[in-house]
Write a new protein. Sequence first.
Length: 212
Amino acid sequence: MKPQARFALQALFSFVAVLIVLTFSTRGAGSSPSATPSGAPAAPPQTNGAISPQDEADALHYVIAADREMYCQEFIAHRKAGVNSPDPSSISSPAESWPLPEEMFRRAAESIQSKGAEFSYALRSLRPIDPRNGPQTELEQRGLAFIANHSSQNFYGEEMLGGRHYFTAVYPDIPAEAACINCHNRSPASISQRSHAGDILGGIVVRVPLEF
């Protein structure tokens, strides 16, 4: 199966999974946890049995993170195959045929938004290679600072954006491959602070609306 076809199937499965999550969720059900004054996430409240905003955000993150990990692995394998091939001309350059993982992530997020999805997601970092990936809100700033010091925890809060109330979750983005770290370290933006295996490069921000 051609790489393009394989990724088309993976994308289809991901969208199906997202639709299943949203189909069985009750929009805006229950109250949602917010960040405490100290910056640590509060314990999730009791709900009436319907899926909570936090559960919805967590479920979406499972799908998003799995897709990101699989694409990163395939991208790296494709690049290695091109480097080790006895006939490099037979394999197109990754820069020409395969978007970088960050760019693929952005394209998918924008595609979902263009289809009218109520939720949204994005990559964010306190040390972004692409300035567009820096924190865009005060809550994102606090969330990224929190996960940078608590790599095994997520950050949850609520915010008002564009007149709408959102539940926002920030999840640690830990590279799936050492090659991801090496690529980031080659960027001029990483000269002052190099990353190492296991380091958090940023966060995946997921937003679900609390008002419809």
